[in-house]
Design a protein around this ligand. Structure first.
Ligand code: OAD
Length: 235
């Protein structure tokens, strides 16, 4: 039997659009990263085999950009929800702006820029902060370190935990994702029929069934939704 939904539980599922107003590029918008880089050259295990320096340069640059960015009104509003609700943030983003805004429970399903891991033993994960990874930087077992990022062709992390959270949430708020990448986009279907479900984005591939789409900028719309929920009203 499925577990009942918890009306005090909110799941926030975010993508690159929630960090756009912090100055970080999205992927598929007209000024997005995938318009300037070929995914196959920088974000696949094959790219790492072929040209590790190019891959390191790409993520070293993104790490330094993310370190300079500040949380925006949407990140800060999401953190405010913890005053009254049990909140879990599930993010496809590899920046740490949710954590820096004050969110306590953040699940990164596509990895984290400020961590590195061993190419020999994936259990060996280290914090690197805003520092670059260089060829010759090694783990405790002597193997080269790589970005702690889920590349195309690799399996996203913590998907079972993320699904469980969605299945019991009374409210689900999806922000700034085109829903173009699976299995992450498939998580939306895990939310329950009776849950309140909203998506905030400038554009999406297709509106998911059962969700209300609020079209606009996260920094404008998310604080309004949060205020309504904190005051016990529907947005
Ligand atoms: P995309 O670039 O695919 O989508 C960004 C979404 O954010 C689009 O729906 C935009 O309309 C929306 N958006 C842009 N600016 C916004 C703003 N200010 N307020 C609200 N919405 C805004 O990014 P993701 O969906 O996150 O994966 O991409 C998913 C995955 O594809 C990423 O995690 C990454 C990428 O390849 C990996 O690298 C494995």
């Amino acid at each position: 039997m499925s577990r009942p939904i918890d009306h005090n539980k909110i799941v926030i599922l975010t993508g690159a659009g929630v960090s756009a107003e912090s100055g970080l590029q999205t992927f598929r918008d007209s000024d997005g990263l995938w318009n300037n880089y070929n995914v196959a050259d920088v974000a696949t295990p094959q790219a790492w085999q072929r040209n590790p320096q190019l891959v390191l340069d790409f993520y070293n640059h993104r790490r330094s950009e993310a370190a300079k960015a500040q949380p925006n009104a949407a990140h800060l509003a999401i953190a405010e929800l913890e005053k009254n609700f049990d909140v879990t943030v599930i993010t496809q983003n590899v920046d740490d702006l949710h954590e820096r805004a004050g969110s306590s429970n953040v699940i990164h399903i596509h990895g984290e820029l400020n961590k590195v891991r061993s190419t020999l033993d994936p259990e060996l994960i280290y914090n690197i902060g805003d520092k670059p990874i260089k060829p010759g930087d090694t783990c405790d077992k002597g193997a080269q370190l790589r970005p702690h990022i889920v590349w195309f062709g690799e399996i996203p992390e913590h998907m079972d935990t993320a699904s469980q959270h969605l299945k019991t949430a009374g409210k689900v708020l999806v922000i700034g994702t085109s829903l173009a990448v699976y299995p992450a986009a498939g998580l939306l279907k895990k939310a329950r029929h009776h849950a309140e479900k909203i998506i905030v984005a400038l554009d999406i591939e297709r509106k998911p069934y059962g969700y209300t789409w609020l079209r606009g900028k996260a920094g404008d719309i998310v604080p309004h939704i949060v205020n309504c929920w904190l005051e016990g009203r529907r947005p």
